[in-house]
Design a binder for this molecule. Structure first.
Ligand code: SIN
Length: 479
């Protein structure tokens, strides 16, 4: 399939309403076989500085547009994205590797953020606070200004729309730097945003050197906010770069999600929940199960049922019918999974299914049992299709193990015991807890983490706040 024949395909950058290319170009590859799909511009510093000025000018006009009108533009963008779901998903599968059915799901998920914030655009309420004397305390909520978004390759559409949609909804402009591995989904989304009526300069998409673009965006005093999804290491670096200009930050960083399966669970539901959270996007999500803790009373039966489901997963090219697991994004990602499997086996874990080592682009879904807290997979995010299963005896013990990490993004528990669900949900030091489900992502919910997993929330009504500043107005001497 020639990607250039897809109607929403675009390989130039969107800058102030114009599609620009550059003399230096960057290959975009298909992770299935490393073939080059196309090339995108490596923009130079001058262009990046210019785009910031353009976004600043555009924002001043966009914030004056009535919220209902901004809402209509977003609604139109939502409809266009859904109308082109299949084409967008095909572009995503080609550059990212995930199975087409999952890519279609991600496009719908991405679109749901646009729809959600098209509605929230009308609800950036302020406050009137009762004052002590003859005065009024008014709180206005105002668009923060020019924003920057640096987005990852694992969700090339949804991680963009959940930053861009709230920004546009409240009257901000935004400059998006998509991951170098997956810029085409971003550019295709931008093409539809232009068709939907997003004015020139309000949404800009830039490609090229992540380090250089990140440095310019973070150093600029015109850029008032940065939203980043990616590793904790890079998030901390960007945070430091934003410090001199005191930027507002939203950071969605690494995870190390525990899944706790109690004796009193619905076992089939628990096994399916683990499948959903572990193998979505071949295990390459920040909210993927990283550690699976199963209580001893159901441990052996859980392993038998998990093995059967994992062995039924079909590995292959994401464009082929029936594929459940596509290629991992690159060789380094596979090496990390191999390292975690080898480490666990060398320290006493037992292979249940999958393979001990892999020397290709393909990473076989793998389950190991009798895993302990001393193994690498207990402390590091694997980001691949590897399911390590730990055994535990008591609730207090598993809560301690689950919280024994610097990360605090997603966590999951499976139990039919109401008291246990409440106790454990409260005890888990995480921004999100899935109870009797492995799928927690939803535009209406506040997505985000605590500890080294980040700052701020995306989605939900709280997702608007990250793009707003409060202004307190004191009206005195009222008589
Ligand atoms: C992520 O992996 O960063 C996001 C996953 C999601 O939104 O479900």
């Amino acid at each position: 399939m020639d990607i250039k024949n897809i109607s929403v395909f675009e390989n130039r950058c969107l800058i102030n309403g114009e599609w620009l290319t550059a003399t230096t170009l960057l290959d975009v590859k298909n992770p299935v076989d490393d073939t080059v799909l196309t090339q995108v511009p490596v923009l130079d510093d001058v262009v990046i500085h210019r785009v910031i000025q353009d976004a600043d000018r555009a924002q001043k006009a966009w914030k004056q547009v009535a919220p209902a009108e901004r809402s209509q533009v977003l609604k139109q963008w939502f409809h266009l994205v859904m109308q082109h779901q299949e084409e967008l998903a095909t572009i995503m599968t080609l550059e990212q590797g995930k199975p087409l059915k999952e890519a279609k799901g991600e496009i719908a998920y991405a679109a749901s953020y646009i729809e959600w914030f098209s509605e929230e655009a009308k609800r950036a309420y302020g406050d009137i606070i009762p004052a002590a004397s003859s005065s009024e305390i008014l709180v206005f909520k105002e668009a923060i200004g020019v924003c920057a978004a640096i987005t990852p390759w694992n969700f090339p559409a949804a991680m963009i729309t959940r930053k861009v949609a709230p920004a546009l909804a409240v009257g901000c402009s935004i400059i998006v730097k998509p991951a170098s591995e997956t810029p085409l989904t971003a550019l295709a989304l931008a093409k539809l945003a232009v068709q939907a009526g997003v004015p020139a300069g309000v949404l800009n998409v830039v490609t090229g050197s992540s380090t250089k673009i990140g440095q310019i965006l973070t150093a600029s005093s015109v850029v008032k906010k940065l939203s980043f999804t990616g590793s904790t290491e890079v998030g901390a670096q960007l945070m430091a770069q934003c410090a001199p200009t005191i930027k507002k930050l939203s950071l969605e960083l690494g995870g190390n999600a525990p899944v706790i399966v109690f004796n009193e669970c619905d076992l089939e539901q628990a096994v399916q929940g683990v499948m959903d959270t572990k193998f979505r996007n071949a295990g390459q999500t920040c909210v993927c199960a990283n550690r699976i803790y199963v209580q001893s009373g159901i441990y052996d039966e859980f392993i038998v049922r998990l093995k059967a489901k994992v062995e039924a997963l079909k590995l292959g090219n994401g464009l082929e019918d029936g594929t459940d697991i596509g290629p991992l994004i690159n060789r380094k990602a596979i090496q990390k999974v191999e390292e975690h499997i080898q480490d666990a086996l060398s320290k006493g874990a037992t292979l249940v299914c999958g393979q001990e080592s892999n020397d290709s682009q393909w990473c076989q879904p793998t389950v190991v049992r009798d895993v302990t807290q001393e193994m690498l997979c207990a402390t590091e995010e694997t980001f691949g299709p590897f399911a390590p299963v730990f055994r535990f005896e008591h609730e207090a013990e598993v809560i301690e193990m689950a919280n024994d990490t610097e990360f605090g993004l997603a966590s999951y528990l499976f139990t039919q015991n109401l008291n246990q669900f409440l106790r454990v949900s409260r005890a888990l030091e995480y921004g999100m807890v899935g109870v009797n489900t492995g799928l927690i992502s939803n535009a209406a919910a506040p997505f985000g983490g605590v500890k080294s997993s980040g700052i701020g929330r995306e989605g939900s009504r709280y997702g608007l706040d990250d793009y707003l500043e409060m202004k307190y107005v004191c009206v005195g001497n009222i008589n």
